[in-house]
Design a protein around this ligand. Structure first.
Ligand code: 5CA
Length: 441
């Protein structure tokens, strides 16, 4: 993408309305704009990251055997009356009446709708287990929308729902998501720690929140220091085999959100106990038959008897993750995108637009990256070098290549790694070879 053609409205000044760094940087780097309280438009740069995050979530979901579908944002109130949550949800639910005076709502979550679909379509034990997910916008009329996309009213969530015949199989479905989440967040460069959590309005008695430690986090959390160094399982994990050893490893250490934490019974103390703030990027629940009973989700078992399905639900805050990643990865100059989710992987800076040689080398490098399918942003604006460097640091692409007349006199360009600022010089041929290596990686 050429910067002269791109819609990327960056801001030099810190917007007054933004209280935390991720919100400030998302506004300044032209990723989002607010359209109403807690409701945002995603501009091209922000949308690219949102898509990359969604794609990682999708690939890791699919690896477990979960199947993607898409349910609507608007649901009928009738379904929510069946589960009893229409009244329970209170003011957080956005209620809508259509032209026929039918009561509708903008879905805050989907337990009712998916359970209704499964109740209507699945009749035999042979069709189970099933795990169905979608990545869809949700609306919750939060009392205090704040911190940009971190606590929005409209936000993008991946939510899935598992249906099993018995408790043991449902636990396996829960364990699969537990392990899948560790992998998903690790791929985005995040250390997410599963913590015993309250189930709130979703219900059930088993639940873990996946927490990123960050000073600006909204939750107070407590965990064993050892968890900060645990490694997520690799891509070779077999989801149908026994996942209990992985679960045991992660749950053998103490980790709890403040609602679950009890100082008196906490088994660790002193240096070993980390007390910190955290961002909840995912939340998994096992709630048994709470919804299947209410919605009549039953199948015929092998003995001909009716079985009420065992369920769990599993959420990831896809749009919140942009904020969480920035909170975890930035410096004074701007965002430092992990390679896997960066809007573009390379930023190419032409330090003297109009200079024949600079233009030619930039075009050659840009063309090479494009040919190899690498996401590259070419800053071809006729502006001061200082401003272009500052802008590139703000946007936070993992690699910068600067091409200027001084370097070109010696036949070299400069490569900078955004994460640690490390610089090296490359000949033009080596720069091309380096780009080709990125494509192969
Ligand atoms: N039905 C269950 C699981 S699918 C559910 O709704 N769980 S949840 O309420 O915990 O939401 C799932 C995830 O969505 C949370 O872990 C959080 O990362 C994200 N989320 C929740 N509320 C918001 C919000 N107001 N703004 C941005 N993200 C949110």
């Amino acid at each position: 993408m050429r910067r002269t053609q791109l819609f990327l409205p960056t801001l030099k000044e810190n917007p007054a309305e933004a209280q935390i760094v991720s919100h400030r940087l998302m506004l300044r780097s032209g990723m989002i704009r607010q359209s109403a309280a807690g409701i945002y438009s995603w501009l091209p740069a922000g949308h690219r990251v949102l898509r990359k995050i969604s794609q990682i979530v999708r690939e890791e979901q699919d690896a477990t055997g979960a199947q993607e579908m898409l349910m609507p944002t608007i649901q009928s109130a009738e379904l929510w009356r069946k589960s009893g949550r229409y009244d329970d949800y209170g003011k957080e639910m956005l209620r809508i009446t259509d032209r026929h005076d039918r009561e509708m709502l903008f879905g805050p979550t989907n337990e009712e709708l998916i359970t209704d679909i499964v109740a209507n379509e699945i009749n035999s034990y042979r069709d189970l287990p099933k795990n169905l997910y979608h990545i869809q916008w949700k609306f919750r009329d939060e009392v205090r929308p704040r911190f940009g996309v971190m606590r929005g009213r409209e936000f993008l969530m991946k939510d899935n729902y598992s249906f099993d015949l018995d408790h043991e199989s449902a636990r396996h479905s829960y364990n699969k998501m537990f392990v899948c989440y560790l992998r998903t967040f690790a791929r985005m460069g995040l250390q997410a720690i599963p913590m015993a959590a309250d189930t709130g309005p979703i219900g059930g008695d088993l639940s873990h929140e996946f927490i990123i430690l960050a000073e600006t986090g909204e939750s107070e959390v407590f965990c064993d220091k050892a968890l900060l160094d645990l490694e997520a399982p690799g891509a070779d994990i077999e989801f149908e085999s026994d996942l209990q050893p992985v679960i045991d490893q992660w749950t053998s250490y103490y980790a709890a959100t403040d609602e679950k934490h009890d100082a008196d019974s906490c088994p660790i103390s002193g240096e070993q106990l980390v007390q910190a703030r955290g961002i909840e990027v995912g939340h998994i629940f096992y709630f048994g038959t709470k919804y299947s009973e209410a919605m009549g989700a039953q199948v015929q078992g092998s003995d001909g008897k009716q079985i009420t399905l065992e369920m769990g639900s599993y959420g990831i805050g896809v749009s919140r993750l942009l904020g969480a990643i920035i909170e975890a990865s930035h410096d004074d100059a701007g965002i430092i995108w992990p390679e896997a989710v960066a809007p573009w992987n390379i930023g190419l800076i032409n330090l003297k637009v109009g200079d024949g040689q600079c233009d030619a080398v930039c075009e050659a490098l840009y063309g090479e990256a494009r040919r190899l399918g690498i996401d590259i942003l070419y800053d071809d604006r006729d502006e001061r070098a200082g401003g272009k460097f500052a802008d590139m640091d703000l946007i936070g692409l993992p690699w910068q290549i600067a091409v200027g007349p001084r370097g070109l006199k010696d036949g070299i360009v400069e490569l900078k790694r955004r994460s640690d600022g490390e610089r090296s010089t490359l000949s033009i041929d080596d720069a091309k070879a380096w780009i080709a290596e990125r494509a192969a990686a």
